[in-house]
Design a binder for this molecule. Structure first.
Ligand code: HEM
Length: 218
């Protein structure tokens, strides 16, 4: 065995996707907008705008889950307990009032993101799971630090940041379960690569959206 051999389990999909997209994750972390919100350096409207952009993304993603529910792979990745749309609507109602939908509009980058979601996540399990993984596993990771920081910075106490709170979900054990599911998906090597490529694309779409929010609000 070579001293340079990959560690055991390196061919697992959960390890391949993390390793294959870590540079994209670093770029997402560097985008600045989320840090500025966490530090309270932007007006509250900037946070409300992020919430609005999330609404458009999760509306597309959670519709894809319904449309794709009969796909045998997607069927193993349906988690009603993760659904964010009801929480996002409660947050938007709190932030903008009952006529919240009059105040929300998708940014150009969000429209591009949703178009991509509609192209790939309604068509193939690789596309659906790629977008699901990037958003929800991100929400259950960095989101669990960002949520409380944003709440502190904008004086939110329960209402207005429900998006970050996954009632009844333990992030650590959920992520372990999700990674085990990823490792068990019966995808060919080509399908695994398609999934990893789409995760990179999903990071890029998030980075573009965060960049646009940053330019609008700073
Ligand atoms: C300031 C911004 C961010 C911070 C501080 C952050 C922080 C983190 C941390 C600490 C982890 C590791 C958690 C663990 O190993 O269990 C993680 C993982 C992850 N994050 Fe982020 N993140 C940020 C932005 C983002 C963005 C914008 C996305 C995409 C929308 C994202 C998606 C992910 C995903 C998919 C993982 C799981 C990677 C894996 O499989 O291990 N993150 N994040």
């Amino acid at each position: 065995m070579s001293l340079m051999a990959d560690p055991p389990g390196a061919d697992r999909l959960s390890v391949r996707v993390r390793r294959g997209t870590s540079a994209w994750h670093e770029a997402a972390q560097r985008s600045g907008f989320l840090d500025a919100l966490a530090a309270g350096r932007l007006p509250w409207e900037a946070y409300a705008d992020l919430t609005a952009q999330h609404w458009f993304i999760y509306e597309a993603l959670e519709s894809a889950a319904t449309t794709m529910a009969d796909d045998p792979v997607v069927a193993t990745f349906l988690f009603p307990e993760l659904r964010r749309l009801p929480s996002l609507e409660a947050d938007l109602r709190f932030l903008y009032g009952p006529a919240w939908s009059d105040h929300t509009a998708a940014l150009p980058a969000t429209t591009v993101y949703c178009t991509r979601l509609r192209d790939v996540a309604f068509r193939a399990a690789t596309g659906f799971v790629a977008h699901q993984y990037t958003r929800y596993i991100g929400d259950l990771s960095g989101g669990q630090y960002l949520g409380p920081a944003i709440a502190r910075s904008y004086g939110l106490d329960g209402d207005g940041h429900r998006f970050f709170v996954f009632a009844g979900v333990d992030p650590t054990s959920f992520k372990a379960h999700y990674r085990a599911l990823l490792d068990a998906v019966p995808w060919s090597h080509a399908e695994q690569n398609e999934f990893i490529t789409e995760v990179a694309e999903a990071y890029r779409l998030n980075i573009d959206m965060l960049g646009e929010l940053q330019r609008r609000w700073s």
